[in-house]
Design a protein. Structure first.
Lengths: 184, 351
């Protein structure tokens, strides 16, 4: 059969010559290669001490946002829950009282807001669906846990620290959520 | 009365020496497992164990503790006596060889001249051979008594491999013995101190001997008795807890002792290269020189241990027929030729 391209190489199966049959030169060559590898840069990242940086578009653990005055953005409209293909989000809305205006930005807020991290597929559709910029995904992932219940994150785990009375933590949490998790 | 006192001191001295050498071999074997993992990691661009203690130095301790605390299972269908005997035998034979290796020249303690060799047997090498070939019984008994097909195959493989390679090993050594004219390891070392290391006169013999040592220690590329992807770890498949630990450990003790034998036979033993020991001991004392000599031997041993590990992480395993082919059709004729040439050269030089 004629070859389709002219790049085909005919495989020659010559019998091995004496040096090849001796096998030792090949062994020494291999040993030189492995020896050289001992001094090469290691690919390992020592995980807890050293972390691989995530890209800014990484879709990690969810964060519930606050505005500059520290009021929660979420109005419990339920669009994120509807958008969620894994049905990981549940919420209960409540009406804001007059004394609670410093806590919630709009008249309605989420009294209960839970994300099941075992169901979540981190697709980011909730982030896209939110009209109030209330939920976004951070650059970290859910840490391991001993129970299934531990993976159902409630509002106090998801909420970002208050930027008014906890500015430092808020700044950390803006990029890295794990600082918040450690303090929990 | 005088004689009794001398004998008592002699006995204590030997007991201490035996205890010391066994401790040293066990510790070295322990840290060879660590070195194995570390070097393997480096050769594969990883960092290796580094969590237990500084640089992971406590890793072997952790491994040992783990093995001690694991559940010990003796299979119902196994031959229980032999099943327990197997690992014990493997360990004992691994340690026995250290008795005839000269670990250094003699040192002076409390006015007594203490030789750093447990027993200067005049048939040293024969003793080494005898005990080393006993080592295969550990493998065979373990594999047989497990009552498991894989273990049995591994045991048969191990036995036939060691028998095949023992022949070439012995033949390559006969050439060496014709040169030295003595079977005592101490004499061989002393001759090398005066006349240069045996590797210079017997490069081919050394190569054959080294290959056979790899085969005797069941190390890659000759690790067919414990080929994990062919035989599920082979002869120690049914073993758990410290019995498994003893098998794995005896392999490392074997490596250590084999390295010592190779260094003694071909690399001058406790000879410090390019140094005249007799002249040096006049200036800094005989004890210091003896300790330096021990250090020299140890450096050589560590190099060979590294070689064992280095080869393991470079070369893949032989196929079984290739192994037999190499042993019977290549190494034995080569060793025979080496022996004949050495004999002819010795005759020609003596003429």
């Amino acid at each position: 059969m004629a070859s389709l391209t002219n790049r085909a190489k005919v495989l020659e199966q010559k019998p091995m010559n004496f040096m090849e049959r001796l096998y030792l030169p090949a062994i020494f060559k291999g040993m030189a290669i492995t020896f050289m590898h001992m001094f090469k840069k290691k690919a390992t990242i020592s995980y807890p001490e050293e972390k691989r940086p995530f890209s800014p578009v990484f879709r990690g653990l969810h964060v519930l946002n606050r505005d500059e005055e520290g009021r929660e953005n979420c109005t419990a409209c339920g669009l994120c829950a509807v958008a969620c293909p894994a049905e990981a989000i549940t919420m209960e809305g409540a009406e804001r009282k007059t004394s609670e205006e410093h806590l919630y930005r709009e008249e309605k807020y989420a009294a209960k807001y839970e994300i099941n991290m075992l169901r979540c597929i981190f697709c980011g559709l909730c982030e896209e669906a939110c009209p109030k910029d209330a939920i976004y995904m951070s650059e970290t992932f859910a840490p391991s846990n001993f129970t299934r219940k531990g993976f159902i994150y409630s509002k106090d785990e998801l909420l970002i620290p208050n930027p008014v009375n906890d500015k430092e933590k808020y700044d950390i949490a803006k990029g890295m959520r794990e600082a918040q998790l450690k303090n929990k | 009365m005088d004689l009794m006192a001398v004998n008592l001191a002699y006995g204590i001295e030997k007991l201490l020496l035996i205890g010391g050498i066994i401790t040293v071999s066990l510790i070295v074997a322990m840290y060879t497992t660590y070195a194995e993992r570390k070097v393997a990691a480096w050769m594969q661009d990883r960092v290796g164990p580094n969590r237990a203690g500084p640089f992971g130095l406590l890793q072997p301790v952790a491994d040992g503790l783990k093995l001690f605390f694991k559940e010990e299972i003796i299979p119902l269908t196994s031959n229980k006596t032999l099943f327990v005997l197997g690992p014990a035998l493997a360990m004992v034979t691994a340690m026995l060889t250290s008795a005839v290796i000269p670990w250094g020249s003699s040192i002076e303690i409390f006015g007594r001249n203490v030789s750093l060799q447990i027993a200067d047997v005049n048939i040293g090498i024969l003793y080494v051979f005898g005990v080393v070939s006993m080592g295969v019984y550990g493998i065979m008994i373990g594999g047989w008594s497990s009552n498991n097909k894989f273990s049995l195959i591994a045991a048969v493989r191990g036995a036939s491999q060691i028998i095949s390679y023992e022949l070439a090993m012995g033949l390559s050594l006969i050439a060496l013995l014709m040169m030295t004219g003595s079977l005592s390891l101490k004499t061989i070392v002393q001759q090398q101190m005066e006349g240069g290391w045996n590797i210079l006169y017997q490069p081919l013999g050394f190569l054959i001997f080294l290959i056979c040592v790899f085969a005797e220690c069941n190390r890659t590329p000759f690790d067919l008795p414990e080929a994990e992807n062919e035989l599920n770890f082979g002869y120690h498949q049914e073993y758990s807890s410290m019995k498994l630990g003893l098998y794995l450990f005896s392999e490392y003790v074997n490596m250590f002792i084999s390295s010592a034998v190779v260094s003694t036979l071909f690399f001058g033993g406790y000879d410090i290269p390019f140094v005249d020991e007799a002249a040096l001991s006049l200036s800094i004392g005989a004890n210091t020189v003896a300790l330096l000599g021990f250090g020299a031997l140890f450096t050589k041993i560590i190099f060979f241990l590294f070689l064992f590990i280095w080869v393991r992480w470079t070369i893949p395993r032989f196929r079984y027929d290739q192994l037999m082919d190499l042993g019977w059709k290549k190494l034995i004729p080569l060793a025979l030729a080496n022996m004949l040439i050495t004999a002819l050269v010795i005759l020609w030089l003596n003429k």
